[in-house]
Design a protein around this ligand. Structure first.
Ligand SMILES: [Zn+2]
Ligand SMILES: [Zn+2]
Length: 106
């Protein structure tokens, strides 16, 4: 049995699961209360039933209240809207990274 590490969903710090941290029942973890609260983490006195779930959580955050989404999901959606693949976006980004001030300077 080893120690598992979680990544703070806000500041991306990693910390061991045996230490002090804040977690939401939806599976998000934060290194401290400040990070948790910045993402809408709170106690649910009367329970919170996420859409499609069949049990009430005693905590909730922006993610399980559908007020925020993981960057991966947003990226996937943005690519779909832009009709680009991830590879095509990388090509565009590489061009941008080479000439970041192209539009301002011209
Ligand atoms: Zn943090
Ligand atoms: Zn949550």
């Amino acid at each position: 049995m080893g120690v598992d590490f979680y990544t703070c969903n806000n500041c991306r710090d990693t910390f061991p699961d045996c230490g002090d941290f804040t977690g939401c029942e939806c599976g998000k973890h934060w290194c401290c209360d400040e990070c948790a609260e910045s993402q809408g983490y709170r106690w649910e006195e009367d329970g919170y039933l996420p859409k499609g779930a069949n049990y009430e959580q005693t905590t909730s955050c922006s993610y399980c209240r559908n007020e925020n989404y993981p960057d991966e999901d947003l990226l996937e959606f943005a690519l779909h809207k832009l009709r680009l693949t991830r590879d095509e976006l990388i090509v565009e980004y590489t061009r941008f990274a080479d000439y970041p001030h192209q539009e301002e300077g011209a």
